[in-house]
Design a protein around this ligand. Sequence first.
Ligand SMILES: Cc1cc2nc3c(=O)[nH]c(=O)nc-3n(C[C@H](O)[C@H](O)[C@H](O)COP(=O)(O)O)c2cc1C
Length: 135
Amino acid sequence: MPKQKDLIELSYLSVAVSDMSFLGLMRLLEAARAFNQKHGITGILFYDNQEFGQVIEGERTSVMKVWKRIQDDKRHHRIELLEIRDITEHTYPDWLLRFYGGESLTKDYPALAQMVGGMDKFSLALLNKMRETER
Ligand SMILES: Cc1cc2nc3c(=O)[nH]c(=O)nc-3n(C[C@H](O)[C@H](O)[C@H](O)COP(=O)(O)O)c2cc1C
């Protein structure tokens, strides 16, 4: 029998040190995406009003590696872990970036549409998690 995968989901909130531009978000997405793809990490990063919310999912050891990279990144602070939980399968199809205004960006740059977008069903679970948390 194939070994059961040890999958976990990790979510956190943080505050950007300075307001992120589209270009800044694209740079972050690019660096994160390369690492995540290589390590089978999927999830969603949401940005609004200088606040990040993120869910990452994958093999436990890979997720903990990404978590370390995230905590080491000086572009944000006040990082608050929401939850680490065991999961049986991936919820997110890919590595997604969502922010208000994302739709208009993908109208101009259709090639981005797979990764970048406005609010969709994938954003809702994360937004609910963010709302539940008292800051
Ligand atoms: C809000 C936020 C989210 C991040 N998400 C990820 C991520 O999902 N995967 C990842 O590998 N790194 C993530 N990072 C970390 C950076 O992308 C990465 O460590 C940094 O760009 C250094 O990359 P380098 O190894 O190319 O120097 C995140 C950083 C921030 C501020």
